[in-house]
Design a protein around this ligand. Structure first.
Ligand SMILES: Cc1ncc(COP(=O)(O)O)c(C=O)c1O
Length: 406
């Protein structure tokens, strides 16, 4: 890849970033990016970082995969945006929808494309409300579904809700992984939103009977089960979708992040009868200008082909298991637990202070890692699924050094 040098120094770009790009964190990572490819991000001075977060769950096939770049270039030469969502027939969008329908579990065959995960959650909320004509939603403690008002109303951490209240007043929160509590889901519930594995909640894997029991209860009361696979989708946990681990078929599947292969794209997928509700009474009540952008769909289609052709999903399952074993061994004196599925890994430390200093040390050593939003004692690792065993080994050794140095 040809990288043109910038006319600005790293210090100048950092100053402009801090002054003019709205800040959302008191301590941003602050890497001044020059380029990214595969598992690596290179900064302005040429320092290389191993991206153990995949650009926060996006680069499952690696950054700037050549096949994804080529597909974007091909689409670029045909057309960019042509019309609002759902009006014109765009080849890349149609083919991606067809492919997603073929790969989705059960009878989920109709795709609505959005620009982001939060927007897809909003669409799923509206679809469930209109289809069931019921008022309430259920979500789980520790959940994260995005930061728009509807999605934030489903956020399972009061700390993030309180600053923006009043939010939607019709959401009940149940303890994640608690099979007993599922019985509290009543007949007035339109939809239950669940991440099969909570990521921002601290890489929390529910007991094996939880999701099947949730599926059963939703059938019983007539609520839609919505599986939020924005982060767990596209092979991250060693299956195409995490709900596949428990052979649970949701009523709506929510996707984003890796879906667009590095370009912005979200989607929710459902059966024909539920999705048909969006076309009438009133028509055009859920539209978007850019949702399902042709560049994003072309990139997503190529990324999905790479994921399948390079066998990255099965690879994630095997590599993840070996890596967790190695991490548990090397970090034994420091970590309370190493857990995960596939290449979604959580390392639990004893204190938030240790975790913060550990991640800072990792960054110095060229590893991009971070703690999770709702659990500041857990470091989440989610490297590109194409990462090489030697890179994982190097990462493990650097993490051991980082922990030693805290
Ligand atoms: C599980 C989950 N759902 C939804 C979202 C929101 O996606 P987006 O940031 O694309 O709006 C995220 C983002 O991190 C997520 O992890």
């Amino acid at each position: 890849m040809v990288v043109t040098s910038s006319e600005f120094s790293a210090a100048e770009l950092r100053a402009k970033f801090l002054r003019h790009v709205c800040q959302t964190s008191p301590a941003p990572l602050g890497i001044v990016v020059r380029s990214a490819s595969g598992c690596e991000i290179v900064d302005h001075e040429g320092k290389k970082y191993l991206d153990l977060l995949s650009g926060m769950g996006v680069a499952n096939v690696g950054h700037s995969h050549p096949q994804v770049v080529a597909a974007v270039e091909r689409q670029l030469s045909r057309h960019l945006h042509v019309s609002v969502y759902g009006e014109m027939i765009q080849e890349a969008q149609v083919l991606l929808a067809e492919k997603l329908a073929a790969l989705s579990p059960g009878d989920l065959s109709v795709v609505y494309f959005s620009n982001s995960g939060a927007e897809a959650i909003e669409g799923a909320m509206k679809t469930a409300r209109k289809f069931t004509e019921r008022p309430r939603f259920v979500a789980f403690q520790g959940s994260f579904h995005g930061d728009t008002f509807g999605a934030l109303s489903l956020n399972g951490n009061p700390r993030y809700r309180e600053a923006f209240e009043p939010l939607l007043p019709i959401v009940d929160f149940l303890p994640f992984g608690d099979v007993e509590a599922i019985g509290r889901i009543g007949h007035d519930v339109a939809a239950v939103f669940v991440e099969p594995i909570q990521s921002e909640g601290g890489v929390r894997i529910p007991p094996d009977d939880f999701l099947p029991a949730l599926r059963h209860r939703c059938h019983e009361v007539g609520a839609l089960l919505v599986s939020d696979e924005v982060l767990t989708g596209f092979g991250r946990t060693g299956k195409l979708f995490a709900c596949n681990h428990w052979e649970v078929v949701p009523d709506l599947l929510v996707l984003a992040k890796a879906l667009g292969g590095g370009l912005p794209l979200g989607a929710f997928i459902g059966p024909e009868e539920a999705m048909a509700t969006l076309s009438h009474d009133p028509a055009l009540a859920h539209v978007t200008t850019f949702g399902g952008h042709p560049l994003s769909c072309a990139a997503g289609l190529a990324a999905l082909e790479v994921l399948q052709n390079e066998g990255l999903i099965e690879r994630a399952l095997e590599l993840g298991e070996d890596w967790r074993r190695e991490l548990a061994k090397e970090l034994a004196p420091y970590a309370r637990e190493v857990r995960g599925k596939g290449l979604l890994v959580g390392i639990e430390f004893a204190s938030a202070d240790f975790t913060r200093r550990f991640t800072a040390r990792c960054l110095e050593l060229g590893l991009i890692v971070n703690w999770t939003l709702h659990c500041d004692t857990v470091v989440r690792l989610a490297p590109p699924l194409c990462i090489r065993p030697a890179e994982l080994e190097l990462a493990t050794q650097k993490m051991r050094l980082a922990a030693q140095a805290v």
